[in-house]
Ligand binder design. Structure first.
Ligand code: DX5
Ligand code: ZN
Length: 221
Protein backbone atom coordinates (compact mmCIF):
# COMPACT_ATOMS: atom_id res chain seq x y z
CA UNK A 1 0.00 0.00 0.00
CA UNK A 2 1.33 3.45 -0.91
CA UNK A 3 1.35 5.94 1.93
CA UNK A 4 2.23 9.62 2.29
CA UNK A 5 4.23 10.75 5.32
CA UNK A 6 4.48 14.55 5.32
CA UNK A 7 7.57 15.73 7.19
CA UNK A 8 6.93 18.29 9.92
CA UNK A 9 10.41 19.72 9.36
CA UNK A 10 9.03 22.17 6.82
CA UNK A 11 5.89 22.98 8.79
CA UNK A 12 5.55 26.17 10.81
CA UNK A 13 6.76 25.05 14.25
CA UNK A 14 4.69 27.78 15.91
CA UNK A 15 1.54 26.27 14.37
CA UNK A 16 2.28 22.54 14.40
CA UNK A 17 -1.16 21.43 15.57
CA UNK A 18 -2.87 23.52 12.87
CA UNK A 19 -0.53 22.27 10.15
CA UNK A 20 -1.17 18.68 11.23
CA UNK A 21 -4.93 19.24 11.19
CA UNK A 22 -4.66 20.34 7.55
CA UNK A 23 -2.75 17.27 6.36
CA UNK A 24 -4.97 15.00 8.44
CA UNK A 25 -8.09 16.48 6.89
CA UNK A 26 -6.54 16.01 3.43
CA UNK A 27 -5.94 12.32 4.19
CA UNK A 28 -2.21 12.00 5.01
CA UNK A 29 -1.39 8.50 6.23
CA UNK A 30 1.45 9.24 8.65
CA UNK A 31 3.26 12.16 10.28
CA UNK A 32 7.00 12.10 9.69
CA UNK A 33 8.78 13.46 12.75
CA UNK A 34 12.41 14.41 12.10
CA UNK A 35 14.48 14.35 15.26
CA UNK A 36 17.96 15.89 14.95
CA UNK A 37 20.61 16.28 17.61
CA UNK A 38 23.18 18.67 16.13
CA UNK A 39 25.77 15.84 16.18
CA UNK A 40 24.72 13.15 13.73
CA UNK A 41 23.40 15.94 11.51
CA UNK A 42 24.20 19.65 11.64
CA UNK A 43 20.76 20.74 12.78
CA UNK A 44 18.56 20.53 15.87
CA UNK A 45 14.82 19.99 15.79
CA UNK A 46 12.26 18.54 18.11
CA UNK A 47 12.23 16.09 21.00
CA UNK A 48 9.85 13.66 22.67
CA UNK A 49 7.89 16.34 24.58
CA UNK A 50 6.61 17.84 21.35
CA UNK A 51 5.60 14.44 20.04
CA UNK A 52 3.73 13.69 23.25
CA UNK A 53 1.98 17.08 23.14
CA UNK A 54 0.98 16.54 19.50
CA UNK A 55 -0.43 13.12 20.35
CA UNK A 56 -3.70 14.64 21.57
CA UNK A 57 -4.01 16.91 18.55
CA UNK A 58 -4.25 14.21 15.91
CA UNK A 59 -5.21 10.61 15.32
CA UNK A 60 -2.58 9.99 12.61
CA UNK A 61 0.23 7.58 13.48
CA UNK A 62 3.76 8.82 14.02
CA UNK A 63 6.65 7.91 11.76
CA UNK A 64 9.69 8.91 13.83
CA UNK A 65 12.99 9.45 12.02
CA UNK A 66 15.85 9.67 14.51
CA UNK A 67 18.87 11.46 13.08
CA UNK A 68 20.76 11.27 16.33
CA UNK A 69 23.84 9.54 17.68
CA UNK A 70 23.32 6.61 20.04
CA UNK A 71 19.57 6.50 19.35
CA UNK A 72 19.16 3.63 21.81
CA UNK A 73 19.15 6.27 24.58
CA UNK A 74 15.88 7.73 23.36
CA UNK A 75 13.81 4.93 21.81
CA UNK A 76 11.40 4.59 24.70
CA UNK A 77 10.72 8.32 24.91
CA UNK A 78 9.24 8.32 21.39
CA UNK A 79 6.93 5.37 22.00
CA UNK A 80 3.19 6.07 22.11
CA UNK A 81 0.38 3.76 21.13
CA UNK A 82 0.33 5.63 17.83
CA UNK A 83 4.05 5.44 17.08
CA UNK A 84 4.01 3.12 14.10
CA UNK A 85 7.68 3.38 13.10
CA UNK A 86 10.88 4.39 14.82
CA UNK A 87 13.69 4.62 12.30
CA UNK A 88 17.35 4.84 13.25
CA UNK A 89 20.35 5.43 11.03
CA UNK A 90 22.59 2.44 10.42
CA UNK A 91 25.53 4.88 10.49
CA UNK A 92 24.60 6.02 14.02
CA UNK A 93 24.38 2.59 15.66
CA UNK A 94 27.33 0.54 16.85
CA UNK A 95 24.99 -2.35 17.67
CA UNK A 96 22.29 -1.97 15.07
CA UNK A 97 20.79 -5.41 15.61
CA UNK A 98 20.34 -4.71 19.30
CA UNK A 99 18.69 -1.33 18.68
CA UNK A 100 16.22 -2.94 16.26
CA UNK A 101 15.26 -5.51 18.88
CA UNK A 102 14.74 -2.75 21.40
CA UNK A 103 12.39 -0.83 19.10
CA UNK A 104 10.42 -4.02 18.43
CA UNK A 105 10.19 -4.78 22.14
CA UNK A 106 7.81 -1.78 22.44
CA UNK A 107 5.53 -3.14 19.72
CA UNK A 108 6.81 -0.50 17.27
CA UNK A 109 8.00 -1.32 13.74
CA UNK A 110 11.76 -0.87 13.45
CA UNK A 111 13.05 1.18 10.55
CA UNK A 112 16.63 1.49 9.38
CA UNK A 113 17.76 4.48 7.34
CA UNK A 114 20.83 4.67 5.16
CA UNK A 115 22.47 7.83 3.87
CA UNK A 116 23.15 8.39 0.17
CA UNK A 117 26.77 7.19 0.43
CA UNK A 118 26.01 4.13 2.56
CA UNK A 119 25.92 0.80 0.73
CA UNK A 120 22.84 -1.38 0.92
CA UNK A 121 24.74 -4.48 1.96
CA UNK A 122 24.93 -3.03 5.48
CA UNK A 123 21.36 -4.28 5.77
CA UNK A 124 21.98 -7.82 4.52
CA UNK A 125 21.83 -9.51 7.91
CA UNK A 126 18.95 -7.50 9.34
CA UNK A 127 16.38 -7.54 6.54
CA UNK A 128 14.45 -10.26 8.36
CA UNK A 129 14.18 -8.13 11.51
CA UNK A 130 12.96 -4.82 10.21
CA UNK A 131 9.63 -3.27 9.28
CA UNK A 132 10.98 -0.48 7.13
CA UNK A 133 14.01 0.49 5.06
CA UNK A 134 14.48 4.21 4.63
CA UNK A 135 16.51 5.20 1.61
CA UNK A 136 17.75 8.75 2.11
CA UNK A 137 17.65 10.64 -1.16
CA UNK A 138 19.38 13.69 0.34
CA UNK A 139 22.06 13.99 2.99
CA UNK A 140 20.04 14.29 6.17
CA UNK A 141 19.83 17.50 8.14
CA UNK A 142 17.73 19.93 6.16
CA UNK A 143 14.54 20.18 4.16
CA UNK A 144 14.33 21.60 0.67
CA UNK A 145 17.34 19.84 -0.90
CA UNK A 146 17.38 18.24 -4.33
CA UNK A 147 16.72 14.53 -4.83
CA UNK A 148 19.97 12.60 -5.39
CA UNK A 149 19.38 10.42 -8.49
CA UNK A 150 21.51 7.46 -7.32
CA UNK A 151 18.83 6.78 -4.70
CA UNK A 152 16.64 5.36 -7.46
CA UNK A 153 18.94 2.42 -8.14
CA UNK A 154 19.15 1.77 -4.39
CA UNK A 155 15.36 1.67 -4.14
CA UNK A 156 15.24 -0.85 -7.02
CA UNK A 157 17.87 -3.01 -5.35
CA UNK A 158 16.16 -3.02 -1.98
CA UNK A 159 12.84 -3.82 -3.67
CA UNK A 160 14.45 -6.77 -5.51
CA UNK A 161 15.90 -8.04 -2.22
CA UNK A 162 12.49 -7.80 -0.59
CA UNK A 163 10.84 -9.83 -3.37
CA UNK A 164 13.71 -12.32 -3.57
CA UNK A 165 13.48 -13.04 0.16
CA UNK A 166 9.68 -12.90 0.33
CA UNK A 167 9.74 -10.15 2.97
CA UNK A 168 7.14 -7.48 3.58
CA UNK A 169 8.98 -4.49 5.02
CA UNK A 170 8.00 -1.03 3.77
CA UNK A 171 10.36 0.95 1.57
CA UNK A 172 10.42 4.63 2.44
CA UNK A 173 12.17 7.42 0.58
CA UNK A 174 13.03 10.74 2.20
CA UNK A 175 14.48 13.86 0.64
CA UNK A 176 13.65 16.00 -2.36
CA UNK A 177 10.36 14.24 -3.11
CA UNK A 178 8.02 16.32 -5.26
CA UNK A 179 4.92 15.75 -7.33
CA UNK A 180 7.24 15.59 -10.36
CA UNK A 181 9.48 12.74 -9.17
CA UNK A 182 7.05 10.82 -6.94
CA UNK A 183 5.84 8.55 -9.73
CA UNK A 184 9.40 7.52 -10.62
CA UNK A 185 10.24 6.76 -6.98
CA UNK A 186 7.10 4.64 -6.57
CA UNK A 187 7.85 2.83 -9.82
CA UNK A 188 11.30 1.93 -8.47
CA UNK A 189 9.64 0.13 -5.55
CA UNK A 190 9.10 2.63 -2.75
CA UNK A 191 5.72 2.61 -1.01
CA UNK A 192 6.06 5.33 1.65
CA UNK A 193 6.99 8.80 0.48
CA UNK A 194 8.19 11.47 2.86
CA UNK A 195 7.62 14.99 1.62
CA UNK A 196 8.48 18.07 3.64
CA UNK A 197 8.93 21.27 1.65
CA UNK A 198 6.77 19.99 -1.22
CA UNK A 199 3.81 19.71 1.16
CA UNK A 200 4.30 22.37 3.83
CA UNK A 201 6.02 24.83 1.49
CA UNK A 202 3.12 24.76 -0.95
CA UNK A 203 0.80 27.77 -1.13
CA UNK A 204 -2.13 25.46 -0.35
CA UNK A 205 -1.02 22.64 1.95
CA UNK A 206 -4.40 20.92 1.84
CA UNK A 207 -4.55 20.83 -1.96
CA UNK A 208 -0.94 19.73 -2.31
CA UNK A 209 -1.46 16.86 0.14
CA UNK A 210 -4.52 15.78 -1.82
CA UNK A 211 -2.53 15.84 -5.06
CA UNK A 212 0.17 13.61 -3.55
CA UNK A 213 -2.40 11.17 -2.26
CA UNK A 214 -4.21 11.01 -5.57
CA UNK A 215 -0.96 10.41 -7.43
CA UNK A 216 0.02 7.68 -5.00
CA UNK A 217 -3.37 5.98 -5.19
CA UNK A 218 -3.18 5.91 -8.97
CA UNK A 219 0.36 4.60 -9.06
CA UNK A 220 0.79 0.84 -9.02
CA UNK A 221 4.03 -1.08 -9.07
C1 DX5 B 1 15.97 15.54 5.99
C2 DX5 B 1 14.73 14.97 6.65
C3 DX5 B 1 13.57 14.98 5.78
C4 DX5 B 1 13.15 16.35 5.30
C5 DX5 B 1 12.75 16.20 3.89
O1 DX5 B 1 17.07 15.25 6.72
O2 DX5 B 1 14.95 13.65 7.07
O3 DX5 B 1 12.47 14.26 6.32
O4 DX5 B 1 12.09 16.91 6.01
O5 DX5 B 1 12.46 17.44 3.40
P1 DX5 B 1 12.20 17.66 1.86
O6 DX5 B 1 11.00 16.83 1.50
O7 DX5 B 1 11.95 19.13 1.78
O8 DX5 B 1 13.43 17.23 1.12
ZN1 ZN C 1 13.14 12.44 7.63
Amino acid sequence: MNRLSPSLLSADFARLAEEIAIIEHAGADLIHVDVMDGHFVPNITIGPKILKDLYNKTSISFDVHLMIEKPERYIESFVTDRTEFITVHAEACTHLHRVIQEIKSFGVKAGVAINPATPLDLLDYIFDDIGLVLIMSVNPGFGGQNFIPSALEKIRQVYDKKVERGLCFDIQVDGGITLKNAEMVLAAGANILVAGSAVFGAPDVYEETKKFIELMENSKI
